[in-house]
Ligand binder design. Structure first.
Ligand code: ZN
Length: 687
């Protein structure tokens, strides 16, 4: 169950960082991705920059392309908002760094300068001076002296100085913020017992304590309101003359200069909307940006959930992970269109939900008489922005408002051109050659890994979580701390069992009856071995998805031992996983699925605890050390992000748009500098 963007994003950064989740071969698309495409742009610090393709864009009609272009532009205009939300000096720092980068005449071969460039690239990546994922401040790898001299060496008119400010005064403000590890150490502090607002560097509150903020919103809320707005979502909370007030992010107020640009492009988009529903969605979002009224945002969200047009987008204040109190939302945007071919896949699975439920290996007492599959659409992203850029989710499930989800449903999407880029970029990184047993397994995964992995995810999401039922009287929380792991194992096993079913070939979802082996081999290698690369030495497995994978792989390894279903083998002092009997492996997955469903349906806490503790938590220290050492040698960056394609308008001699062209040649720094030049609307100071 992936409720919010960030969960999926964590899976993306986590799993992908090991290069172990996704592999080869796209599913059929209307215009196939170019195989010679260069996905990897560059690598620095702990980051790898990738680019993605937009297959199918050329087949859209002109109106859809134009709509996408305007929405892309709207997405590009809000970048500064997130920088300012992430820290009040981020814009001043970014603009100073960029001024030096563009105008520095000193020695660019020096270590200080090279580290300065890495720092600027990291600031671009994180939309600020804190790590995008860990949220702690990263330290410059160059000296204060170098920085001071570099800033003072360039023409002062290039610097983001406020009226009357000298370069020295600018430096006296930003240098401590950049260099002193004690100042603004963490963007989002979640440490129990501290004032989470005062100790967090994010710019969502100013001059107020956590207690004051909590009191302010507690008084605003009405407990009997069954359709509450998302209080505090679109404002900074500040103390002015001793009084606490919200500064709303809207046209004519805070961030208004960027928001007005967004509105301008949204108005153009509205004029070429595909249909009336979509027109209403865009118009209501514009209204919300103008009024800042959260009731307008709810109205927009409800319209958005119901809009099933080909082109779709997110643009606004959405996810609240950057606020330690989880109320205020970072600005983000993503534009996309539905991948019709791939969406058929999820629709087919959902349409057959009852067949899968009826034929599953679980006890009939635990089956649903009537089951409904969730239909997740598969999309192709055309533009990533704000909190989706460059670090990107691979799936999204919105809106976040609980009552809207309950009354009106939610939209669940997987972004396949992004997962495909992750997958393609991981090819040739040496992971498969290092960790897979032989050429046979490497080829198997190259041929079918991407396809069967997507299929497994679809089965997990569309059917797995929704299958089965609790016995009457079973407390849904009976499994307590083991509940999440058991639930993920249940969904994973449902997917593993069915990805090997002849029904998949019959429904046209898989090309033949042995393709599933790619997913089985990858799953076993990951669960038994390679996922350990994300665990620090001496630690055990904590995260629920990882525990679930370890549990499943270790359990079937042990239970299959008498028949030698799968085993560890050694070669040249290295450990490998080998699967000897795929059919028996499937039987074991079915057996474990039946047991896990029983545990869930009956609320058997002790059985859950025993399974998770025995198979999902423990780490073999020797194997762990070996995996870490082998992984480190591959020099794979733990975090990835994406730059966007460039969209160019083609017009006839009367200025009428005749086409939109996509190109992929822009570099990372080039793109960041272009955005800073063309899409930067907020003042440096006093936002
Ligand atoms: Zn799940």
């Amino acid at each position: 169950m992936m409720k919010k963007t960030v969960l999926i994003f964590m899976i993306a950064t986590g799993i992908m960082s090991c290069g172990d989740k996704k592999s080869t071969e796209a599913s059929s698309q209307s215009s196939p991705a170019d195989d010679n495409f260069n996905y990897v742009v560059e690598q620095f610090a702990d980051l790898q920059i990738l680019r993605y393709q937009v297959p199918g864009f050329d087949e859209l009609n002109l109106q859809q392309k134009e709509l996408i272009y305007y929405l892309n532009q709207a997405a590009s205009e809000g970048r500064d908002i997130l920088f300012d939300q992430n820290g009040k000096y981020n814009l001043a720092i970014r603009r100073t760094l960029e001024a030096v980068y563009l105008n520095y005449k000193g020695d660019t071969a020096s270590t200080d300068y090279k580290n300065f460039v890495v720092y600027l690239k990291r600031v671009w990546f994180s939309n600020g001076i804190h790590h995008h994922y860990a949220t702690d401040k990263f330290q410059p790898g160059f000296s204060k002296e170098f920085f001071t001299n570099a800033v003072k060496s360039i023409d002062a008119s290039m610097l983001p100085l406020k009226d009357g400010q000298t370069p020295d005064e600018l430096l006296s403000i930003i240098t401590p913020v950049m260099f002193d590890p004690k100042i603004d150490a963490k963007r989002v502090n979640q440490t129990e017992g501290q004032d989470l607002i005062v100790s967090s560097a994010s710019n969502y509150y100013s001059g107020v304590t956590q207690a004051e903020a909590e009191k302010f919103y507690a008084e605003m809320k009405n407990p009997s309101d069954s359709t509450p707005v998302s209080y505090g979502l679109n404002s900074r909370l500040v103390k002015e003359n001793g009084k606490i007030v919200e500064k709303i992010w809207k046209s004519g107020s805070l961030y208004g200069s960027a928001i007005d640009k967004i509105i301008g492009w949204l108005q153009k988009a509205e004029s070429v909307a595909e249909n009336d529903q979509q027109k209403k969605v865009i118009a209501t979002l514009i209204k919300f940006y103008q009024t800042g009224d959260l009731k307008d945002f709810d109205e927009y969200s409800i319209l958005w959930v119901k809009d099933d047009s080909r082109v779709d987008f997110i643009n606004g204040f959405i996810e609240t992970y950057g606020d330690p109190l989880g109320m205020k939302a970072g600005w983000e945007a993503m534009v996309n269109f539905k991948n019709l071919e791939a969406t058929k896949r999820t629709e087919t699975i959902s349409a057959n939900a009852q067949w899968f439920e009826d034929h599953s290996p679980v006890d009939v007492r635990f089956k649903k008489e009537k089951v409904k599959g969730v239909s997740a659409k598969v999309i192709t992203a055309t533009m990533l922005a704000g909190d989706c850029y460059p670090s990107t989710p691979i799936g999204i499930n919105l809106p976040n408002s609980n009552w809207i989800r309950a009354h009106h449903g939610s939209k669940s999407v997987t972004i396949e051109n992004i997962t495909e880029a992750y997958d393609k970029a991981a090819q040739g990184n040496g992971f498969a050659e290092e960790f897979y047993w032989s050429d046979k397994e490497i080829k198997l995964i190259k041929d079918y890994g991407f396809l069967t992995d997507n299929m497994h995810t679809d089965l997990h999401e569309c059917l797995g979580h929704g299958s089965g039922k609790l016995l009457p009287g079973t407390d849904p929380d009976a499994l307590k701390a083991y509940g999440a792991t058991i639930e993920e194992a249940r969904a994973d096993l449902f997917g593993l069992y069915y990805v090997a079913d002849p029904k998949m070939v019959e429904l046209g979802l898989l090309p033949n009856d042995s393709a599933y082996r790619a997913e089985y081999y990858k799953y076993m290698t990951n669960g038994l071995m390679t996922q350990l690369c994300r665990i620090e030495p001496g630690k055990q497995v904590e995260e629920a998805h990882m525990r679930n994978r370890g549990l499943i792989a270790n359990w079937v390894l042990e239970k299959g031992a008498p028949d030698n279903v799968a085993e560890f083998k050694q070669r040249d002092g290295k450990t490998f996983v080998v699967v000897n009997d795929y059919a028996k492996l499937r039987e074991l997955f079915g057996k474990l699925l039946a047991e896990i469903q029983r545990i869930k349906s009956e609320g058997d806490y002790n059985a859950a605890k025993t399974l998770v503790e025995n198979y999902g938590v423990k780490v073999d220290p020797k194997l762990h050390a070996e995996v870490l050492q082998r992984y480190q040698k591959l020099n794979i960056a733990p975090y990835k992000g994406f730059i966007n394609p460039v969209y160019e308008v083609v017009t006839d001699k009367n200025g009428k748009i005749t086409d939109i062209k996509v190109s992929y040649s822009e570099g990372y720094a080039e793109q960041m500098l272009r955005y800073s030049k063309d899409h930067s609307w907020l003042p440096t100071w006093n936002n």
